[in-house]
Design a protein around this ligand. Structure first.
Ligand SMILES: NC(=O)c1ccc[n+]([C@@H]2O[C@H](COP(=O)([O-])OP(=O)(O)OC[C@H]3O[C@@H](n4cnc5c(N)ncnc54)[C@H](O)[C@@H]3O)[C@@H](O)[C@H]2O)c1
Length: 255
């Protein structure tokens, strides 16, 4: 098993992609710290996967809250003794709106969760990994950030920031056994995708597929297809992967 008794932290563990990542790592022997904004969301994943009580912690934490993140990571470290893998999956899409109509308050909340949340999780986990001289971090970017999807200036630019932060942090580590990379999915069939498609009506798009580029494969990805790549990126087989951003988009960005 690739992650036998490794401690793997998953934020957004109650979400579509987070749940399948949890399933993948559990099957590969990991002990899981499942974090979501509500404990019931994390617990739902543990129940869905039938995890044994000694194999996981389900924790409520708002990743945008400094005190909440600090206390949560301390609790996980005290409980499991290590932090081997950090998977920053949690994110929010924000509204769909043209740049001039996008509310500043919405923009700030998207940054608080996506950018500052990802940063706070790294800030609290990296010292533990550095002391261990081993660790892997995967941050969630998106094709949106890289290719300027319309009507999501907050979300898209927050994902671009996450890709940037990944490279900053990766360049400060590496030699110490800590690798940091990001993954940027295209469309993935989850609640977030349906939320975004529903919100297109707010910019006057009645047929949401008019604003959805799927690329040559003609379908969105499944959460399992993202989880499989994340597990490989965290495995020892990917030991030379550092500071990279992997597009997993079925070719949607080929143009
Ligand atoms: N679904 C897609 O099409 C798609 C495409 C590209 C990238 N992504 C990225 O993949 C990641 C997972 O997305 P998903 O599709 O599984 O979404 P999802 O909405 O199903 O899951 C997101 C999870 O994050 C949790 N969350 C939100 N705010 C939080 C906070 N402040 N603190 C802790 N947890 C919080 C939610 O409760 C939810 O369980 C996100 O970062 C998203 O931006 C998704």
């Amino acid at each position: 098993m690739r992650f036998e008794n490794k401690t793997v932290i998953i934020t957004g563990a109650g979400g579509g992609i987070g749940t399948e990542i949890a399933r993948k790592f559990a099957a590969d022997g990991a002990k899981l710290a499942l974090i979501d904004i509500k404990e019931e969301f994390a617990l739902r994943t543990a129940e869905k996967l039938g995890l044994a009580g000694d194999r996981y912690l389900a924790l409520a934490a708002d990743i945008s809250n400094e005190d909440s993140v600090k206390a949560t990571i301390a609790k996980i470290h005290a409980h499991f003794g290590t932090v081997d893998v950090l998977l920053n999956v949690a994110g929010i899409p924000g509204p769909s709106a043209r740049t001039e109509d996008y509310k500043f308050s919405d923009f700030k909340r998207v940054y608080e969760v996506n950018v500052f949340g990802t940063y706070l999780m790294m800030q609290n986990c990296l010292p533990i990994m550095q002391a261990q001289k081993s660790g892997v971090v995967i941050n969630f970017g998106s094709c949106s950030g890289m290719f300027g999807y319309p009507y999501e200036i907050g979300y898209g630019s927050s994902k671009w920031a996450i890709i940037g932060m990944t490279k900053n942090a990766a360049n400060e580590n590496g030699a110490n056994g800590v690798r940091i990379n990001s993954i940027s999915p295209g469309w993935v069939n989850t609640k977030m995708m349906s939320t975004i498609l529903d919100s297109y009506k707010d910019v006057g798009i009645t047929n949401s597929s008019d604003n959805v580029t799927l690329g040559p494969m003609g379908r969105p990805g499944s959460p399992v297809e993202i989880a499989n790549v994340v597990a490989f990126m965290c495995s020892d087989e990917a030991s030379y992967l550092n500071g990279s951003n992997w597009l997993v988009d079925g070719g949607m960005t080929l143009g």
